[in-house]
Design a protein around this ligand. Sequence first.
Ligand SMILES: NC(=O)c1ccc[n+]([C@@H]2O[C@H](COP(=O)([O-])OP(=O)(O)OC[C@H]3O[C@@H](n4cnc5c(N)ncnc54)[C@H](O)[C@@H]3O)[C@@H](O)[C@H]2O)c1
Length: 259
Amino acid sequence: MAERLAGKRIFLTGAAQGIGLAIAEACLAEGAKLFLVDRDGALLDKAVAGLAAPHGHIGHVATDISNGAAIAAAVRQAGDAIGPINALINNAGMNVFSTPLEASEEEWNRNFDVNVKGAWNCSKAVLPDMLASGGGAILNIASTHGFTIIPHTFPYPVAKHALLGLTKSLALEYAGQGVRVNALAPGYVETQKALDYWNSFPDPVAARASTMALHPGGRIASAREIALASVFMISDECPFMNAATLVVDGGLSQLQHPA
Ligand SMILES: NC(=O)c1ccc[n+]([C@@H]2O[C@H](COP(=O)([O-])OP(=O)(O)OC[C@H]3O[C@@H](n4cnc5c(N)ncnc54)[C@H](O)[C@@H]3O)[C@@H](O)[C@H]2O)c1
């Protein structure tokens, strides 16, 4: 069977663990070439060493997506390593959770620098090659925080709402030039980020159990389940999907309240 991502040269951020690493595994299995970015160099080296890439289809560099000049350089390095980038997956992100009156200016800035500006930096760096070659695909890993609010998680959802705005802006700007820009909105996913969240409660075991109980199916997503949806969205299997947000949350965001 043909590999679904043959010919894709993907720049993937936040690839050292969690959803990003699962996306890297799934994309490699479908024949993509990858250039991986993460700000945690040691973790990224370990992740790359563990990835099965028999044809040497992986390049990587440790860098911070909030640094526009560094990302421009990383995209040039990616071009040298795997060829001009024709697909971007903006996955790197971080929780910044507080309340509106307690959030510091530093937290506000960090939240937007990583969760919004980081995606913009990467998009800006890859778009010229995509436009010059007649097209490409950008996928932003957003969140159900992009259209719903959990109190005491401010200002993270403000940034995820903005990421959906960035998705739509770029999608409409370049729709006539072959570039598709979409978002994927996971609900809760079993990753280090989720563990850190549960560990922030006095009783992490109870916090985890109550998260599971919130979900119509009684469980949250695995990182692989998010990766499989990402493969579809970055592939050529949905050529008319543009400016869309695919929600992958087990139905949680459609639940008014439990029976
Ligand atoms: N885990 C969830 O429940 C969940 C739910 C919805 C959306 N998301 C989103 O999915 C994405 C991945 O989340 P995850 O759970 O895998 O997180 P994670 O914390 O497990 O992994 C994120 C990776 O991104 C890297 N990273 C963070 N900031 C970076 C920066 N400035 N520059 C470069 N790399 C950076 C980290 O080093 C880390 O390796 C994020 O955008 C997150 O907001 C996660």
